[in-house]
Write a protein of this length. Sequence first.
Lengths: 364, 486
Amino acid sequence: MTVVLDLAPATEAELAEIIADCHARRTPLRIAGGGTRIENPLVAETLSLSRLSGVVTYSPGEMTLIARPGTPLPEIQQMLAAEGQALAFEPPDLRAVLGSNGTPTLGGVVAANASGPRRLAAGACRDHLLGVRFVDGRGRVLKNGGRVMKNVTGLDLSKLLAGSHGTLGILTEVVLKTLPLAPARTTLAFPGIDESTALRIFTTALSTPYEVSGAAHVGGTAFLRLEGLDSQLAYRRDRLLALLAELRPQVTDDAPWEAIRDVAHFAGGGPLWRILCKPTDAPGICVKLRAMGGDCSLDWGGGLVWYRGPGNPRAFVPHATLVRRGGAEGPAFPPLAPAVARLNDGLRRSFDPAGILNPGLMDA
Amino acid sequence: MSIAMPTPDGRIIARGPQIVAALRAVLPPDAVIDDPQETRAYECDALTAYRCPPLAVVLPRSTAEVAAAMKVCGDLGVPVVPRGAGTSLAGGALPTADSVILGTMRLRDVLEIDTDNRFIRVQTGVTNLSVSAELEPMGFFYAPDPSSQLACTIAGNIAMNSGGAHCLKYGVTTNNLLGATVVLTSGEVVELGGPELGPMGLDLLGVLCGSEGQLGVVTEATLRILPRPEGARPVLIGFESPEVAGECVANIIRSGVLPVAIEYMDEPCLRAVEAFAKAGYPDCPAVLIVEVEGSRAEIDDQIARIRAIADALNPVEFRESRNADEALAIWKGRKSAFGAMGRLGDYICLDGTVPVGQLPYTLRRIGELSRQHGLEVANVFHAGDGNMHPLILFDANKPGDLARAEAFGFDILRLCVEVGGCLTGEHGVGVEKRDLMGDQYAPDDLAIQMQVKDVFDPGWLLNPAKVFPLDASAAHRNAYRARAAE
């Protein structure tokens, strides 16, 4: 698909002007960061944020990063790594999965609340979002939150903006908490097991105080990741090895965590679903998913199931999002309970009364 | 009394008996209180300078009873002030004469504990500490631990997005809240989130948490639980100056060691604590208490790293605890700090947050402001996340002293905003900081927040005179009144 850069403001003020104008004329817009996220079926002018780019402030000692939405994610990651820090929620790079060729941007990550395997231990993107600046659907420039770790001053709209896929406002600045990278990491791999055994491993490991920072099951192998100081790792690894000895774990230092994060095993074609569930429900859900003819994998200790294949998982698990259409019909987002849907709609009308920001993108 | 509340609506007060009768018709007899002798117990929270008995108090025992009470109040246009345990330091549960207090303290049941999926589901009147107590036999705990945890309820924790000493590592309430059953002013019951790690649709739970009872009343909550650490041990480090202590905090945070807590106390606080608790703290201008967790070897290793960082800054003292008694002794002074300060007189406790790098400058400026206002201030706070707790000492019996203390407090909070921080890190805005919101936010920033309230609570019946400056919220509050009067 060719993306025509109809509109590409270079400043927040320009952006606000464009939005105010579109609001007045009720002209819908497709909001594009790096063009790497959920497919947007809307036929409309594209508003690109690629020129609203760059780091405003990075203070390693205060563990805060302030950057504009179009800043490429790899640029941020390199800058943080040079200081021994990272975005702890481990944002994924879904280009291979989505078949897109843009560059993932920070704004896209926040707008999708995209979080990788470490979400299990460190929380999601929204948990690391300290504040935002954004332009709402009327063209008002607004801010919420700030750049401090603890802040209960007024309503927390940052959380609302995270994961709103550009339907409430267009981010112009995000403030994220950065955390020190663990100096050492190791992985326990359990090859040749099914999901119910994997779940047993996850439940055991996640009931220990050893701060497991990744618990995934891909291609018949379960993985447990440990991160921390050297002294911690050896001890925790040995304790887990002892606890799970009967399942013959292998210690490896080059487990495919990046590939797991990016769901590389389901790159290519076909419908791809992201399913959130209670971890102990995951093995049963996998049985049903396989019965529909596809394949699945687990992350977040079983709390996240990826499914590639035909059929509609919502027949037996409500919280399923169609991340890659791959020819499948129907809405990408799961239907909401009526009262919740009404609150969602009400908020969208408040933030974007003319319905111009990615209209319909999150519709169920 | 420098913080104004809106004039109570005489028409509502006049209809008091009908309102109480309507509540009695849908609730058990002991769940509705209107005897002035008894409603007086609800006239204030922990911000005791402001008091006003409510029209009535309802104490429901279930989500259905909360919904019934809310529907009555919603239909009759009566303001509702939700109340947990009444431990708010910001006046979050302060009633008005035309309001009904809706207390969550009888919602006491633990509904489900699921260690395999790592959550607990409770009614929200349970106390914070009792949640962890329930989990202890299973080897789990609930992380947020506000100082008032013995008394405060989960309902209040969610309303204020409470933190605590250990949130440096584990986050605050919003990071540990998975789901909520919420009753709206319409009486409608809404389920948000659940054991799954993510919302369906917009993150309504995220905006609900910390909304200070503005959006709905939370009757049940699903909370993330964690395995208990193997052990924990504090160290105490004394410094020649607040600046060096501040530098030590920043260096520890940068190093990759992630303590569960870094607490700071300054000289006035240390003096008060010594006189009160005899904790044996060193006589120096600033003390840090740093706590780390893990196995014995892990703790030793982390403490060695912290010692290396501290030693580079020539501390006056570096005290390790070798056993549980010594660990308790280190925490003893910190835990009794507020009690110790209370013995010195009346105080206002603020909780502005600043970027960690601004701590030394902010402390210096607070010292200057203290001399300017002629009131003493002591500092004791969570240094790791920059969440300050300046305690301003005053004499409530001395005319004008409270107003002077409030003016001093406002200056400190403006300073926090000026250096890039915020008005409140964990106590909430309530009425206390309501009139300063304009210093933190531009009119449009407040407008969009009030529009969110419009969506959840179109009648502006829930805690209507809190959080937003009265002049800013007047149009929203009056729009409904005007419609109702038609």
